[in-house]
Design a protein around this ligand. Sequence first.
Ligand code: IPM
Ligand code: MG
Length: 353
Amino acid sequence: MKLAVLAGDGIGPEIVAQAVRVLEALKADGLPIELEYGLIGGCAVDATGEPYPEATHRLASQADAILLGAVGGPKYDALPRHQRPERGLLSIRKELNLFANLRPAILYPELASASSLKYDVVAGLDILIVRELTGDIYFGEPRGIDIRDGHRVGFNTMIYSESEILRIAHVAFQAARKRQKKLCSIDKMNVLECTQLWRDIVTEVAKDYPDVTISHMLVDNAAMQLVRNPKQFDVMVTGNMFGDILSDEASMLTGSIGMLPSASLDQNNKGLYEPIHGSAPDIAGKDLANPLATILSVAMMLRYTFNHEESAYRIEQAIRKVLASGLRTKDIAEPNMPVVGTKAMGDAVLSLL
Ligand code: IPM
Ligand code: MG
């Protein structure tokens, strides 16, 4: 199990340190884990001038899986686009062909009161968003800012090829098959041709999965349904940009963006695993960040890349017990609860592991 560890910026190093402790504990128990460290994002720009340096690409290409913390910070906001930390993230996704982004939004019963929605609306929530990650308007050409007829114009291209839609559709149907067998595909076919093709192809692929119930929804309606009645969804599949937006929305239903892991997989289940939250520069270095999303990302890694369900389950159970015991970092604490820091949360998970 060769892992590349890319801690990144802001709270990245702190939360990744706790996840690495969990990996080291599993290693001590006999899992053949090898860790190697590299730079991505702002720290890579500081060291090499590039957010995704060649050395990191080599390390990540040779690894079976990558654990990533977070990238970005105000210090880098004024840099040219190709040097922004976010570019590092987009490059690694694209270069390693990590087209399938799985973002589960699960409500832990102990955290139900942290959600901004009523208890009944979110209790038992368990959604999986499957977001296409290497296409769409994020990467489409042409793109840019130009002068036309003496006026500035900004433009991007929303584009999906048949093969890109086919492969993500198969990932989504297969994921649905392992869950409640309900898949909702999200598009904007009433306005955008690109997403008409999306709907047509998903409809064709559905014929291969007669055991999965397929439905289609326009993205604006989906955004509304997610806060109106989120439990109607099991698996949602959508393109890169809609998936970016809807997955942030879905994460907040659980009340705690600090709890949610993600996987970005290629065709062979090689994957990049990261918490869905960002680098939180405002609390970086203060031992305040919640490491649980990163530790849960390790569980996803063991499950999806290494097929080691037993260890994945062990980690998830340890986290459930920590939450049940009342331990909270600041982001998930209720007013009268004692709050612990990043490291103490790591300690607690380790001791229950
Ligand atoms: C995400 C993030 C990234 C994205 C940014 C940081 C480039 O928002 O992973 O959802 O837009 O994909
Ligand atoms: Mg996002």
